[in-house]
Write a protein that binds this ligand. Structure first.
Ligand code: TUI
Length: 316
């Protein structure tokens, strides 16, 4: 059995988080992952307090296990959802796409375990100083909003820089990724793309099909030119048009910002394969079947355990 300090810290069976995917990670998916022994996470995404409260109620109706909420710090509603996690006594909060420092004191006073996603050593050190219980070091293999370092590069460097546990994220889809993460010094993993095709995930079936059909070179990064919204998603008409507009001579940050508006909803809710933005990680090519969240977790950890037990065959 694989155990790490993260299991005791969060009272979970397996040291695995489900990523807080905007428009995808709802109360139903989070509850399924938590019931499967991992940490399910509800995305507060770009929605207000009422949406989040509703999803927390759904999760609580489906599980008595701990779950988390992910707060996307670029959301215009970040302030109000930051209060809801306190009033709702959510046990774990993860943050993404920014610096969570301004909320840390109120979350810590409420007894919340805060685990920010970081994309650099500097940010990992900063959040450790402000009271984070652990950090998620996310590489650019991830789907969605990404930094500039790969998982292979960021995880060991963050492990060396902080003394809190590190969760590896980005490019992990199976037991090999979990075993490798432990070798890099991580105490757990976070997976998004593999949970996107979970049977309990309510995302549009076309989104699941895009991931299931994807191969190693199916994703592309857009939004690098203006710097604030670098995202990995599955290549389609939307990404081709975005790249063309982004590098057009008359492109401006304001014009490009408008291109992405509504595209995540079009993908996740409408299943619009042409105009939607299908955020997904580089390991989409490894994700080939729909399973329940519990099956996904068990399969991954059985494989990781076998690999780690056999690892000494390399040592003579
Ligand atoms: O947040 C993510 N992935 C996401 S958020 C998202 S929703 C979205 N909607 C519209 C536009 C853009 C995004 C889709 N995918 N992952 C966690 C993550 N956080 N990756 C990178 C970071 C990060 C980046 C910079 C964390 C901290 C940070 O700090 C910068 C600074 O110095 O403030």
């Amino acid at each position: 059995m694989i155990k790490s300090p993260i299991c005791d810290m969060l009272k979970i069976k397996y040291p695995i988080f489900q990523g807080g995917m905007a428009w995808i990670a709802d109360g139903k998916l989070a509850a399924a992952v938590s019931n499967g022994g991992g940490l399910g996470i509800i995305s507060a995404m770009n929605a207000g307090a009422d949406y989040l409260k509703g999803q927390i109620d759904i999760a609580r109706s489906l599980t008595d296990k701990p779950f988390g909420v992910n707060i996307m710090l670029m959301s215009p509603y970040a302030d109000e959802v930051a209060e809801i996690v306190v009033s709702e006594r959510v046990p774990v909060v993860t943050t993404g796409a920014g610096n969570p420092s301004k909320y840390m004191q109120s979350w810590l006073e409420a007894g919340i375990t805060v685990i920010p996603v970081v994309a650099s050593v500097a940010m990992a050190k900063r959040v450790e100083r402000s009271g984070a219980a652990a950090v998620i070091a996310e590489g650019e293999e991830s789907g969605g909003h990404i930094g500039e370092l790969t998982t292979m590069a960021i995880v060991p460097q963050v492990c060396d820089a902080v003394s809190i546990p590190v969760i590896a994220a980005g490019g992990i889809a199976d037991g090999r990724g979990v075993a490798a993460s432990f070798m890099l010094g991580a105490a757990g993993v976070q997976l998004g793309t593999r949970f996107l095709v979970a049977k309990e995930c309510s995302v549009h079936q076309n989104y699941k099909e895009m991931v299931l059909k994807a191969n190693d070179i199916s994703t592309v990064v857009t939004g690098k030119r203006f710097g604030w919204n670098t995202c990995r998603s599955i290549k389609n008409n939307f990404t081709r048009n975005f790249s063309k507009e982004e590098y057009a001579p008359d492109a401006t940050a304001e014009k490009i910002a408008l291109l992405g508006v509504g595209a995540l909803r079009l993908a996740a809710v409408e299943g619009d394969k042409q105009n939607g933005c299908f955020l997904a990680g580089q390991i989409s090519g490894l994700v080939n079947k729909e399973q329940t969240a519990a099956e996904i977790i068990k399969e991954i950890f059985d494989e990781a355990e076998a690999l780690l037990k056999g690892a000494n065959s390399w040592v003579k």
